[in-house]
Design a binder for this molecule. Structure first.
Ligand SMILES: [Zn+2]
Length: 142
């Protein structure tokens, strides 16, 4: 509550520049896929398979959250690059949205603090004027 108006103004100026960057991220046109890719490593269980002794099999799984409950889908290797791009872009858009929520909270706090600081100035000004008003002699006939 003791922050000076000029430091609050500097913070608001900073937030003003931040919002331009954040919104810039929202102008994208690329398709988004709500989901994520992960690598599943497992042993297949066949006794004579190479995985029994060495490295487990690795496959890329898409966890897709588009329609109702999440589904795990095994994409073909050719599908993986496009899926990776769309799911990473989706994650980026969601992160930007979370930052926008933070930004909004921060700016509302700042704006409220600035209002309070200016009200303090206004009240001080008002008290000063009222004090000088009282010092004046009363005008006759009123
Ligand atoms: Zn195996």
């Amino acid at each position: 509550m003791t922050k000076s108006l000029s430091s609050l103004r500097a913070q608001l100026r900073q937030a003003q520049q931040q919002i331009a960057t954040l919104l810039e991220d929202c102008f994208g046109r690329d398709p988004l896929l709500p989901g994520s890719l992960y690598t599943l490593r497992r042993k297949c269980g066949k006794a004579n398979c190479r995985c029994a002794q060495g490295e487990p099999h690795a496959s890329t799984i898409l966890t897709y959250r588009g329609e109702g409950r999440p589904q795990n889908i095994t994409p073909t290797p050719e599908q993986i690059p496009a899926l990776r791009q769309m799911t990473e872009e989706y994650r980026r858009v969601r992160q930007t949205r979370a930052q926008l929520v933070q930004w909004q909270r921060k700016v509302l706090v700042l704006v409220d603090e600035m209002e309070a600081a200016r009200v303090r100035l206004g009240e001080a000004e008002f008290q000063k004027r009222r004090a000088s008003e009282l010092r004046k002699p009363r005008s006759p006939g009123r």
